[in-house]
Design a protein around this ligand. Structure first.
Ligand code: ATP
Ligand code: MG
Length: 577
């Protein structure tokens, strides 16, 4: 097949220009998208081709696709360079017998090699399973075993954490180091020995499997979510509508490709739109992050509330830098109004919240660049998405009434399956609705306000209280650095609001301070939302050192840091690590 014929996406023609949200929302349907692309004739696509090869064919081979920074080290890769590398790595895998649908796991740090490995596997039609670089033995085992992974691409250092002997399906291990290794083949050494020939791209159907991501494990055991190549439709479109990516943008998504944000919006959406991406290696460090923003000239930046809150603490450094930012977005956890205010004051920009899940494959509810932001709200559904707040029976509730956040099924980036668990997949749907598992309310303009997970709802003396509102109010108090709120069983009230708090620097735990914080919430929010109990912790339990707050652990009183060990586990789609 000629490449041109299979090419799917047209560039920058503004076919779905979003100048008028209300109008476009009324008219837009995903069904109208397909005839606009040339896959309509062939029905064959490949995400890796769309992200890399197509741009080279279109004359953008010398454009910088990736800027990598780690400490003071900086290097760049053009689209041509990435095409060559993904061809070479893809060719190697293919010539060694890796076939369409095989599960190829990639366990690498945030480094260009990780991006090349993911795309090389996709290029030859394999299903790629990227693993977060901070995973330890058990997390790696669970995922690779569940997927019956036959190939692993890693490096010498990380390989030490992989329980190779316990993985019966694992046939070959490749490392990115240029060394001899007893059980792994060195990709650089193999590349020296062979020359690529023949077509590397495996042309697949839109609905063929492409990538598996495990959820964060905030509410239970992580689920293996399989996505198909069709996610490209929505990722491309939201790259334009939501990320607002333009020809000259330098775009930085801080998530590791092991999380859905790090692939969907760290690799696919920007490269489908031919933007330059920034990859920062190493762990979170406020000063280094400010340096990355300045030295690479980031214009569009996608990160998470946890990261913004950590940076808020280092705001005094900001005047030392000169940034090129024009658009900032957030995902993964509720974006506290306090953080939006910080963005406006310190970065001169409003932070745009976006809501979606591993299962949904792409953004669904967002604050569009041009639309009014209501702090505390995740925004409105993108065109082509219908969201509603429903009750347990599936009836739509009134504006401002709390209920289940549900999405009308049938959007392009919806998961293909929960790996080997059909029953779980079906459990997400009630009639025509996909039930997200989150609680929210909607105002009369259609803005949606996240209020917590279904399981997090607090029922105190007959009042339903969402933990997020209370938490946001708590961190407005200057003594409070972080807060998590749960319902604690109570004989009289059913439940009471209990707050776990991490104090800001310079504050000591006293009864007076706790009283003052309680009064603060009562006066600013309501009497029933006031935490009747406050417990001070050194750190909140999170799904990874800087991941999502684990209210489940607080409820069960597990892994709570009262000054002993820290918690380590999974993490959110937007881990800052
Ligand atoms: P698990 O499904 O394993 O319990 P998880 O739900 O945290 O973990 P993810 O798919 O990584 O796994 O995260 C999706 C969830 O993150 C959403 O259901 C929602 O609760 C939360 N979330 C994502 N974006 C936002 C946002 N903008 N505001 C509030 N919450 C958000
Ligand atoms: Mg979930």
């Amino acid at each position: 097949m000629k490449l041109r014929e299979a090419s799917a996406l047209k560039q920058g023609e503004g076919a779905f220009n979003l100048s008028n949200y209300e109008e476009v929302s009324k008219q837009f349907s995903w069904d109208t998208i397909h005839p606009q692309f040339s896959w309509h004739r062939t029905n064959k696509v490949n995400m890796a081709y769309e992200c890399i090869d197509r741009h080279v064919e279109d004359g953008y081979g010398e454009k910088i696709a990736l800027i990598y920074m780690n400490g003071h080290f900086k290097e760049t890769h053009t689209f041509s360079n990435l095409k060559k590398k993904t061809d070479e790595w893809g060719y190697l895998l293919k010539s060694q017998g890796v076939k369409k649908g095989d599960r190829v796991f990639v366990f690498l740090p945030k480094h260009p090699d990780c991006y090349i490995a993911v795309l090389a596997a996709i290029k030859i039609g394999a299903i790629v399973g990227p693993l977060f670089e901070a995973f330890m033995e058990e997390a790696i085992f669970d995922r690779m075993y569940d997927c019956e992974a036959s190939v692993l691409i890693t490096n010498e250092e990380l390989l030490q954490r992989v329980p190779v002997s316990k993985l019966p399906h694992l046939q070959s291990i490749y490392i990115t180091d240029n060394i001899e290794h007893p059980i792994a083949k060195s990709i650089p050494k193999l590349v020296e020995e062979v020359s690529v020939n023949g077509e590397i791209v495996e042309w697949v159907d839109l609905n063929d499997g492409m990538i598996i991501h495990y959820t964060s494990g905030s509410t239970g055991k992580p689920k293996g979510v399989l996505h198909a190549h069709r996610v490209m439709i929505q990722q491309y479109q939201t790259g334009q509508w939501v990320l607002d990516l333009k020809e000259d943008d330098v775009y930085w998504c801080t998530a590791h490709p092991g999380w859905v944000t790090g692939s969907s919006y760290g690799i696919f959406a920007p490269w489908l739109n031919r933007a330059t991406i920034v990859v920062h290696g190493g762990r979170f460090d406020a000063k280094e992050w400010f340096e990355v923003l300045e030295r690479t000239g980031v214009t569009v930046w996608y990160s998470a509330p946890t990261a913004f809150r950590l940076l808020m603490d280092k705001s005094d450094l900001i005047p030392d830098y000169s940034f090129s930012l024009r658009h900032i977005l957030s995902v993964g956890e509720p974006l506290n109004p306090e953080v939006i205010t910080w963005g406006v004051e310190k970065l001169n920009l409003q932070i745009h919240d976006t809501w979606w899940m591993t299962e949904t494959g792409a953004q669904l509810i967002v604050n569009l660049p041009s639309a009014k932001i209501k702090p505390g709200s995740m925004g409105r559904p993108i065109p082509g998405i219908k969201a509603a707040i429903i009750d347990e029976e599936g009836n739509t509730v009134h504006p401002y009434e709390l209920g289940l956040l549900a999405i009308k099924k049938g959007w392009p980036s919806m998961m293909k399956e929960i790996w080997k668990n059909e029953e779980k997949y079906h459990s997400y749907f009630v009639g025509d609705w996909y039930i997200s598992g989150d609680l929210a309310y909607m105002d009369e303009e259609g803005y949606i306000f996240f209020q917590g997970r279904n399981d997090d709802m607090i029922n105190s003396s007959g009042e339903r209280i969402g933990p997020f509102e209370v938490e946001s109010k708590l961190i407005e108090h200057q003594a409070v650095l972080e807060a998590a709120v749960i319902g604690k069983p109570d004989r009289v009230r059913g439940e009471i609001v209990k707050a776990f708090i991490v104090l800001a620097e310079g504050y000591e735990e006293t009864e007076e301070l706790k009283k003052e914080i309680q009064t603060f919430v009562r006066n600013k929010l309501s009497a029933h939302a006031m935490p009747r109990e406050i417990e001070i912790l050194r750190e909140l339990p999170k799904t990874q050192i800087s991941g999502k707050i684990l209210r489940r652990a607080l409820r069960e009183d597990k892994d709570v840091d009262r000054g002993t060990d820290t918690v380590d586990g999974g993490t959110g789609p937007t881990s800052v690590a």
